[in-house]
Write a protein that binds this ligand. Structure first.
Ligand code: FES
Ligand SMILES: [Fe+2]
Length: 420
């Protein structure tokens, strides 16, 4: 069945809290997502602190397209990681420092600013006729940063990054800019694949506090974190973004660790200013539409990309970050907590991965795939954030176990999928 023949509107009914399971397994829906969602949205690439020096680079994905992100003449740029001769990846490592990239197939050479600067046999084979200016690496249409986070889009018509993030910016600001100097990434990007549709990961981080007590019950039992208090909120932002906050306690240990004690001091200083948005420090769990998720907790902080590798496979790229101002002796505690919880064999990660894999395995059957998932929790009960938390804070607030965020996420997804 072609996606164009699938009636997506009949499947995706967020106003009723119903989403047809087909959108998580169908190959044609996936192909359409690459075009309608991933080729048009602003996508997270990485953080400026991953490219401190001239000619530093790293590789990642935008949707299913492989890209290289470079620093060239001080400027951050992003290119399709595909040789313009016959498509070979010109860079096959995760990160490094290189002034140019030589294609391993026939040897075309591209500078870190994307220009084609060397062609073997330019005289004998091409008779100097090849117009190298036309054959540089394909560059993204727009690239911009927000507090050091690098985003790009393939769409020249896309509205600005500031417009795209919209009302989410004021909350993200408290995650990324709560202390002098902002944040920086530490350690390497953790990468692994999971047999799951990418949206199930994005929507879990976006607004699924409901699963914590069940899926992660054992982590609570061994004292890694306190039992969730269920007095937090899910905050839904127009455009499909959102987050869930336990209002200061997200992921706390039964007994505060040195880093947690430090963070408590920081938080009391910040909240003294009585800015209503500071109630959301740390921000909690969330997703920037479509596939950038984050955890901003009291034990560790991370950003995670769920790169689609087909309808039933996702490549996760996860990285730990800290406030730049964080004292050196506390960094290792944050990094270790991150690995222990959300590294490839982390306690939370393994539990989530097991569940997501089984959900997707169950979607293979004909009967199962013709049914709906239920997103009716807290339907019609969300209120303006400002009503709950004061000030003029944007967004809608649902209770801690509301699925208000997922409903807005799939409303936005449908809007993009159907757009001309
Ligand atoms: S594919 Fe790169 S030089 Fe031929
Ligand atoms: Fe989880």
């Amino acid at each position: 069945m072609e996606a164009s023949r699938i009636d997506l509107r009949a499947l995706v009914r967020p106003e009723k809290g119903l989403i047809g399971k087909t959108i998580f397994s169908d190959e044609d829906v996936y192909r359409r997502e690459l075009q309608q969602v991933f080729a048009r949205c602003w996508l997270y690439l990485g953080h400026e602190s991953q490219l401190p020096q001239e000619h530093d680079f790293f590789t990642t994905y935008m949707g299913a397209d492989t890209v290289i992100v470079t620093r060239s003449d001080g400027k951050i740029r992003a290119f399709l990681n595909a040789c313009t001769h016959r498509g070979m990846k010109v860079c096959r490592t995760d990160r490094g420092n290189a002034a140019d990239f030589t294609c391993p197939y026939h040897g075309w050479c591209f500078s870190s600013s994307g220009d084609l600067v060397g062609v073997p046999g330019m005289r004998e084979a091409y008779n100097h006729q090849l117009d190298t200016k036309q054959w540089g690496l394909r560059e993204v249409a727009q690239l911009d940063t927000f507090h050091g986070l690098i985003f790009a889009t393939w769409s020249a018509d896309a509205p600005s990054l500031a417009t795209y993030l919209g009302d989410m910016s004021c909350y993200l600001d408290r995650m990324l800019n709560r202390m002098e100097g902002g944040v920086e990434m530490i350690g390497a990007v953790q990468k692994w694949e999971m047999p799951v549709n990418w949206k199930l990961i994005a929507e879990n981080f976006l607004g699924d506090s409901y699963h914590v007590g069940t899926t992660h019950g054992s982590v609570v039992d061994i004292g890694f974190r306190k039992r969730p208090k269920k007095d937090g909120y899910q905050i839904s932002i127009r455009g499909g973004h959102g987050f869930g906050s336990e209002l200061g306690g997200f992921g706390a240990s039964a007994e505060p660790t040195p880093y947690e004690a430090y963070l408590n001091t920081v938080r009391s200083k910040l909240t003294a200013a009585r800015n209503p948005v500071d109630q959301f420090i740390p921000l909690g769990h969330g997703t920037i539409f479509p596939n950038m998720s984050f955890l901003d907790g009291v034990k560790f902080r991370m950003i995670r990309m769920s790169h689609p590798r087909g309808p039933g496979m996702t490549e996760s790229h996860t990285m730990c970050f800290v406030d730049k101002a964080l004292p050196e002796h506390l960094r290792d505690e944050v990094r270790r907590s991150f690995i222990l919880a959300f590294g490839p064999s982390g306690m939370f990660e393994v539990e989530d991965g097991e569940v997501w894999g089984e959900v997707c395995d169950g979607l293979r059957g004909h009967v199962a795939s013709s049914m709906d998932f239920n997103y009716q929790m807290g339907l019609g009960q969300d209120v303006p954030v400002s009503e709950k938390f004061g000030g003029d804070l944007p967004g809608r607030a649902g209770w801690y176990w509301s699925e208000v965020n997922q409903r807005e996420y799939y409303r936005r997804w449908l809007e993009l999928m159907e757009a001309k």
